[in-house]
Design a protein around this ligand. Structure first.
Ligand code: X2X
Length: 338
């Protein structure tokens, strides 16, 4: 990108005034900071659609000083590798689910407590507010930059290759992939399933080769990752919500002057809100398309899920891990969980 722009300028300047000082000037106008942004979804997911618009606006509004290159689809490695790169500074910007960030920031997993949020609107009210503020304070404490507006992934549904999940009983011994996060694995263990964590980058192949019977994700992810090619059933469970934090390497963030930081923050806020709307529209309207692609869709009876989590001690265990103050903020939205 940088090369192409400077070559373009070279030609333009060259025709105007051959070998003039303008040609020597051109590289000075190239980006002062070229940063990488990575995500685990493909370019056609609303996350990257809006990120592209966001970084185009940032480059324009900073007069080309900051240029951000997008690496979609785990091109730089799976989430756990990309998180390492972000912390070391090899990667500057990254979007990551709080449940995966848990390995570095334990409190970040609180967004994924089972059946805490009934829908995305409710979840965003909590995460844009006091609960989110607590989490972001913890993230900053781990020496990472975090933007206050999260990006939507959505309410999660279970897919399977061998049977529909109709009620909690169907989860007994069910081999299910979860994202790499302790709470995620514990949630499905408490439900009686046989979960194992795996980066999203490996999920399609793991389902295709039947290492797992199933996985769980929002509709938009099932669609863009074409999981309908390797799964037969989609069971609507809405068992938890998920969303991405926008994270930055702290040194890389500090290296940007305040005016550039302000442009980035303003655009991230603007495009995050647009992305939330896009993704929610997709999650709400993909049912028919996924059915046409071959998934048999059923609505699960999740009343027994909640009871199992309670009897397995899931809620009390995680209340103690997250601490009473953060748990109280969660229960302000969810009502009493533990
Ligand atoms: O890994 C997943 O399943 C995904 C894409 O939903 C997350 O980023 C948590």
């Amino acid at each position: 990108m940088t090369d192409r722009i400077s070559r373009g300028r070279f030609v333009a300047a060259g025709t105007a005034a051959l070998a003039s000082i303008a040609v020597i000037d051109a590289p000075a106008r190239a980006a002062q900071w070229t940063y990488k942004y990575a995500s685990n979804v493909s370019l056609d997911h609303p996350l990257n659609v809006r990120m592209r618009e966001c970084w185009t606006a940032v480059t324009k509004e900073t007069g080309g000083r900051l240029e951000v290159q997008i690496f979609p689809n785990n091109q730089l490695g799976g989430d756990t590798q990309a998180l390492q790169q972000l912390r070391s500074g090899a990667l500057q910007f990254f979007t990551l689910d709080g449940g995966i960030l848990q390995s570095v920031v334990p409190l970040a997993a609180i967004q994924g407590v089972g059946f805490a949020f009934k829908d995305s609107q409710e979840a965003f009210r909590a995460m844009d507010g006091a609960l989110g503020d607590e989490v972001r304070t913890a993230i900053r404490g781990a020496n990472l930059y975090v933007h206050p507006k999260m990006w939507e992934n959505g309410m999660r549904q279970i897919t399977s290759s061998n049977k529909p999940i109709r009620s909690a009983a169907d989860l007994a011994g069910f081999k299910i992939r979860t994202p790499p996060g302790e709470l995620w694995v514990d949630l499905f263990k408490s439900l009686g399933a046989a979960p194992a964590p795996l980066n999203f980058s490996e999920v399609y192949t793991a389902l295709q080769t039947r290492v797992f019977d199933g996985q769980e994700n929002p509709y938009a992810i099932i669609d863009v990752a074409r999981l309908y090619e390797v799964q037969k059933y989609l069971s609507v469970t809405n068992h938890m919500w998920s969303a991405f934090h926008f994270l930055g390497n702290q040194d890389a963030w500090n290296a940007l002057p305040h005016d550039v930081q302000a442009v980035v923050e303003r655009n991230l806020a603007k495009y995050a809100l647009l992305q939330r709307r896009d993704t929610q529209l997709r999650n709400d309207s993909l049912s028919e398309k996924l059915a046409r692609r071959g998934l048999t869709i059923n609505k699960a009876d999740t009343s027994g899920f909640r009871a199992k989590l309670t009897s397995a001690g899931f809620y009390t265990k995680w209340r103690d891990k997250f601490g009473a103050p953060a748990w109280a903020l969660l229960e302000k939205t969810s009502g009493k969980l533990a």
